[in-house]
Each structure stands twice: as C-alpha cells, then as structure tokens.
Design a protein. Structure first.
Length: 411
C-alpha cells in the first residue's frame, strides 16, 4: 500500500534566481570554485562572490565577475551608503564558503567580524554550506576539528573534505570536494522540502527501437529535462526512481536508476514501479513505432534497400493515467508546429487523461540538451495554467511547484 502524503506550499526559494553568496577564501583550491560559481549561475542562481584579500592572490577579480555576472566586493568600506557589510548577508538565500580554510573555519566559529565576508556571515540567517580544503595535518588538528564540530552543531552544512592528491607531493584527507558535490549541497539547502515522503517516478531520455544489431529508430532526446526534474525532486525530499533511456547527460546521484532501452522495456518498468508511486512524470521521448521484425544480423547494403514494417508501440502515458487513482500524472508533449501548438496540447491532455501536460516546441537546434527551455503547462481540461522560460533546472522547479499545488488541492 502506498503511504499517504500531503504537500504544503514552498516556504523556501523555489528556483527563481535564489541569491547565493560565495565566500572565496585564500587556499590553492580557490581555482576549482570558479567552476562551482559557473554551475550555480547555470542552474539559475544569482551569485555574489565575496573574496578574502588572500583569495584574490589565487583567482582574479575579473574572473570572478565574469563567471558570476555580478560585481565583486571585498571590503567593508565598499558601498557604505548601502550598508553592504550587512546587506549582502541579509539578502542571501544561501551562503557557501569554499574553499573553507582552517583560518576561515576558525573565524566563523569564533564569530569574528573583521572582513566583508565575516560580517556578511554574521548578518545572515540563511543556511551556510562550508567546503573545507587544507593539508591533512591541518584538518586533523584538534582545534580545527573543534571548530568544525561547533559549526555543525549550529546547523552549518559540511561538504567534504575528500581524500586524494593535495598541493605538493602529499595526499590524504583535506582535498576540496568535487565541484558537482558542492553545487548539489548548495542546491539541496535552497530547495523547499515539500516532497518529503513522496515517491516520485520519472522517465527520462529517448527510447531506441532496433532495426538490426547496429541500427535503430531513435530521437534527439538527451534526458536533460528528466534528469533536472529528478534532481529537483530529490533536493525537495522526494524518494525518486528514475527510468533512464539512453541518457546523454550524467546520471544523477541520490536516487534509484533503472536503465531501459526500448519502449517495451520502458513500459514494463513504468507499470512495475507505478503501483508504489505517488507522482509519475513521463518526460522520456518514447518511440511511437517499432520495427515489426528486427533483423538478427546486420542488414547489408549489397542486399538492396530494405523495407521496414512498423507497428505502433503502446501509449505508456495514457496507460498509466488510466489507472492513476489519486496519483498525480504529468506528461510531456514535444511539438514542432507553433501555429497549432496550444490546441494540440489541449487535445493531448484530454485524450491521455493526465493531470498536467508540459508542452514545448522542439527542432533540430531547439529544445534538446542543456539549452534554455520554453514550456507551457495545461491541466486535465487542456486549459493553460502556466508558462515558463529559463534553464531546465528552473523549469523543473516550476513544474514541481505546479505538481505540489495539484496534489494539495486534491486532498
């Protein structure tokens, strides 16, 4: 039996340009944080970097401004009329300290306020993520461990350090966590936790129907949208199962992943998992047709042009929606005809029996992969309820907001 659950409106940032203050301190690992900043910007965050004086010896101000797309300030005397030394901390949705040196950990634990970064930390009530990086001996010092324990006891989120090659010839614990891990930690504290206890099933990618052992009928889907949805649901507390069909983006962590190849395999996996699911989001591009009799051997060009008999694949989304009960079922519809776009979305939403249908216009250079996305959402009656533009992470957040309202209104 499925657990009952309810959703409440998000009380935290939902992904619409959350403000992240990145405190860059003076460690050699500072250069790695540049990619963290870039990733946060790409995920829709408004990033403001506050470097310490020593950090600017490792990474230049121009670089930080270019990747963050915001001016960089490092002095308490910058923007005095704006009271910037407290305003940056007050306006933050999250603060990241990376790399967190032994000195910065000590200063934050002591509550010091002798730099713009430290006053911003003291003036903020936002969640704080620290990513330590230092030599093993410094990390293992009793004083450093005491400072870390103090910070964790105050609710600071720790990511890393990892073990590996350090500066010089030595290696051990103290290496900065991988940039992707740091980004995930920040996004996790930003996400509302309105999906805790909710079991979410998501399909992503594109199915492939074999013609022979080396050829197939496929599509351009990379799985980027489905993965963004899976990561967003995970960060909001959901228990996520991802059915992945030939992903061309990195497989997300922190969830159960089932790999499939064909539409038939995807259908089997969906129907097997659907019975214990609260929310089903069908974002995979599932082939409408398959070859009736795939060749067991490679078709030779010398044998002439083959004739392929196609048969229709089952409609997995409609099949699931027909037995949805009190589950929320969300479908996707990729269209190429802008003139008839919303009329076709309305028709499909009603025909398939879904709660929500996400429509987007696609083409050879539009919609697929990690590119900005424009979508329209229609409800079960085919009525437009939202439209969203932006990164796939931002769009995923808005879709989940709508799912949250949908389930909450059905209670």
């Amino acid at each position: 039996m499925r657990a009952s659950w309810s959703l409440t409106p998000p009380t935290n940032v939902t992904g619409l340009h959350p403000r992240v203050v990145v405190g860059l301190t003076g460690g050699i690992a500072a250069y790695k944080v540049v990619s963290v900043i870039r990733s946060l910007v790409e995920r829709g965050c408004d990033v403001h970097v506050i470097p310490t004086e020593s950090a600017l010896n490792f990474v230049g101000r121009a670089t930080l401004e270019a990747v963050s797309r915001n001016p960089v300030h490092d002095s308490v005397f910058d923007g005095v009329s704006e009271v910037r030394h407290v305003a940056m901390g007050q306006s933050a949705d999250a603060i990241l300290i990376a790399p967190a040196t032994a000195n910065s950990l000590s200063a934050i634990a002591e509550g010091r306020a002798d730099s713009l970064l430290l006053t911003s930390v003291l003036a903020s009530t936002a969640p704080i993520v620290v990513a330590p990086a230092m030599h093993t001996e410094m990390w293992e010092q009793e004083s450093t461990q005491a400072n870390v324990a103090t910070l964790v006891s105050r609710g600071v989120h720790l990511v890393g350090p990892a073990s590996g090659r350090l500066t010089g010839n030595d290696s051990g614990v103290g290496r900065l966590a991988e940039p992707d891990d740091i980004v995930e930690a920040v996004l996790a504290v930003l996400a509302p936790k309105d999906f805790v206890g909710v079991r979410v099933l998501i399909t992503a990618g594109g199915t492939r129907e074999p013609i022979d052992p080396v050829r197939f009928i496929g599509n351009r889907s990379t799985g980027a949208m489905g993965v963004a949805l899976a990561e967003a649901a995970r960060d909001r507390g959901a228990d996520v199962t991802l059915i992945a069909a030939h992903l061309e983006v990195p497989t997300p962590r922190g969830m159960r992943v089932i790999d499939v190849g064909t539409a038939a395999e995807l259908r089997d996996a969906v129907l097997r998992e659907f019975v214990s699911t609260d929310v089903f989001i069908s974002s995979a591009a599932v082939s409408d047709y398959r070859v009736a009799s795939p060749s067991p051997v490679k078709l030779k060009k010398s044998s002439g042009v083959p004739t392929l008999e196609l048969v229709e694949n089952p409609d997995v989304l409609a099949e699931a929606a027909a037995g949805k009960g009190d589950r929320v079922v969300v479908g996707f519809a990729a269209e190429t005809d802008s003139g008839n776009f919303e009329a076709e979305l309305a028709r499909k939403a009603v025909a398939k029996g879904v709660d929500l249908l996400v429509g987007n216009l696609v083409g050879e250079s539009q919609g697929f992969g990690n590119v900005p996305t424009d979508i329209v959402l229609v409800n079960s009656e085919g009525v437009r309820v939202d439209e969203v533009s932006g990164s796939k992470a931002h769009v995923a957040g808005r879709i989940l907001d709508r799912v949250s309202r949908q389930k909450d209104s059905a209670r």
